[in-house]
Design a protein around this ligand. Sequence first.
Ligand code: BGC
Length: 243
Amino acid sequence: MSILGIDVGGSGIKGAPVDTDSGRLLAERLRIPTPRGGRPADVAEVIARMAEHFDWQGSIGCALPAVVKNSVTLTAANIHDDWIGCDAGALIGRATGCPVSLINDADAAGLAEMRFGAGRDQPGVVIVLTVGTGIGSAVFVDGKLVPNTEFGRLEVRGKEAEARASDRVRKDKDWSWERWAERFGECLGSLESLFWPDLFIVGGGVSKKHDRWGPHLDVRTRVVPAALLNEAGIVGAAMAARR
Ligand code: BGC
């Protein structure tokens, strides 16, 4: 089945038609910068342009950096506060004229990783973390998603995990990979003591550098990098729309 997958981020909005059976993109991915301020109406307009670009009339799956319940966005990270309490599903539906289903961006990336990437056939409790500007999370129990976890908000030594160990923090502080691994490892350690997962999958920009930070982690759980890199959000958004 083909569904238009869209991944809304603080700096860019990416989209492509996805074959949800294979996880493959059916056309080259399009990226349009997020309109300044990231207001709902402006983002919806960009998504409508994207649907037009792909000449799309079918279902759309859209991933957002927000907690999403019943197509309403309940939080907003790196996008405008007007998303809080916004019926984003209805807004994007009106703008595109297509049926739209919404999902948190890390949950979307997690769905794609579990089906087509590093989490394939992984039983038990798997925690997927996406590390970029923020830290997003997705939890799977025997392959089934527990939606809307926000582990980036977990307090670690008096500070949110996201403020302690996101990739933005690493870049801002100009930390070595070893130094970042130490901070990130503390966050994994806290999650470990609460959830005792069987596997951590780490996605986002840092996943490409796993060989630099992986060896410096001091945690008991197996930690593997995500396999799908840039496309996980788009693919997962489309998969969620299919469900
Ligand atoms: C948000 C999450 C989101 C993550 C990754 C966090 O700041 O709270 O909802 O999944 O960033 O974009």
